[in-house]
Design a protein around this ligand. Sequence first.
Ligand code: ADP
Length: 588
Amino acid sequence: MLFGILVAVVASASWGVAHKQGVERLRSLVHDRLTVNLHAVESEIERFRYLPDVISKDPRIIELLVATDGAGIGIANGYLQSVRSMSGADELYVIDLSGETLAASNWNEEGSFVGHNYGFRPYFTDAISTGSGRFYAVGVTTGRPGYFLSSRVVYEDRTIGVVVAKVDIGPLARTWAEAGEVTAIADREGIIFLSGEPRWTYRPLHKLSAETLNLLDAERRYDGIDLARAEPLAPSPGDGSADRTIGLGNERYLMGVRGLEPDGWLLLSALPLGPVETEARLVGASSALLALLTLAVGLFLRQRQQLTRMKLEQNAVLEGRVAERTAALAHEVEERKRAEQDLRTMQDSLIHAAKLAALGRMSAAIVHEVSQPLSALDNTLAAAGLHAERDAKAEVQRNLTSARSLLKRMQRTVKHLRTFSSRRDATPPEPIDANQAIEAAMDIVEPRARENGVAIAYERRAGLPPVTGNSIRLEQVLINLLLNAVDASVAAGQNRIVVVAEVLDAALRITVSDMGQGITPEVQQRLFEPFFTTKTTGEGLGLGLSISKTIIEEFGGKLNLVPLDAGGTQAWVELPLHVEKQRQLVSA
Ligand code: ADP
């Protein structure tokens, strides 16, 4: 919109300037023409100016006017005729005081002036009253226009007649017409009487008043021409000497006007405005095009600059973001590494602590287990001593057998203690007998279970295939599951735990089921979280299941706890069966 207005302003401004300059150029051309034509017209007329005056002094003319009998007419006629042919004037004639023509250069030609009365013509009356006259008119006798120059004839201080020279200025108009010039002469009243442009001839410059028309009629200036109906050239009268624009046919012209004295005539010259207007339109259109082009180029450059700036800004922003993000990521990675390190350290120390705790719990169980046989052994040995004193050999023998069985039981307990203290990393996966692992775990847990009135039932199944893992660590896991089952049973006042081992495809599954308080969905979700415990007594560290799961997964197995429909919980461990051949292949 704004661009449109801008282009329109530029176009109209340059059109205006071009038009004004063009019109100025045209105006100066018109005025040059006027100057040239003015001289041409003046010299055309002025060269005859002297003629009537010279003729009026000739004795032949004076004689003609003085004599009343018509003598001297022939001589005068001959004289006028010869002067006409010498001077180039159109006609020459002599009029007496009554206005009647006595002699004329065309006395013997058709349309001769001789005998005609021109007393009504201003050139006659002016000559009588002022001595000379000049007048342009269409010839009343010939019908041809001409310029009439007159001089009075004075004899012995007495006016006796008038000599008139008619000059044909028609050739001027023909010259203009041939040159294609629109040039014309208008009389004092503004009627064009001579023109190179035939459409102008006998047209008034503006509408004529009734008064003027009457005057023209009286003078018979344009005899036989209907001026009242002629269309005016310019509708309004205007300033007589000002330049004006006029229409001629379909074209518009710039017309210059110059006064032509002494007759008060107007010399008119016009040149067509068409070329100027075309040129101005061309300049306007070119300027509009140029403005449009400049604007388009400007707009394009600005947009490109903006685009480049935007891209640079975007790049800078992106680079900034990438840098920020990279820094943040680096920081995050660093943090994560540190956190992982911390976690690992913590886990290691927790595992260690858990191990210690498990060891403590186990030691307590073992101490409990050992102290009872120890005191029994003490009693048995004391009894053996008493029987030895009485020399009752059979009794001593029985006591010793009983003491040995007590010692064996203690040896078994101590053996567990030793296996638990062995290092986990030093034990690569090995085939394990699940029955042995279950029974070893039960051996450790049973004393505590018994103490709490809980029985652990396990139906030993012969010929179970060996599984892959580490027996001590599997025992550790099973102890954990059994201890949890005991705790749950105690909490729910139950007294039975069932352990089952069965083969499923390529795995062995051991289940520990209790009728304890069971596990809620919330608890089940968090079972394997380190330090998650529901035990409030302080004996639960919440590490048992998480460590157990890690151990079983290390063996390539699975561990999970599920609630039982009838209430209680079932913990299950699945371990891959040990495949000797495969192992050998892998190790080869
Ligand atoms: P802790 O025994 O020290 O609490 P665990 O990791 O062994 O740690 O067990 C975590 C929690 O899992 C226990 O506190 C208990 O709430 C729940 N849980 C484990 N076994 C059983 C089970 N047999 N019956 C019900 N809840 C159990």
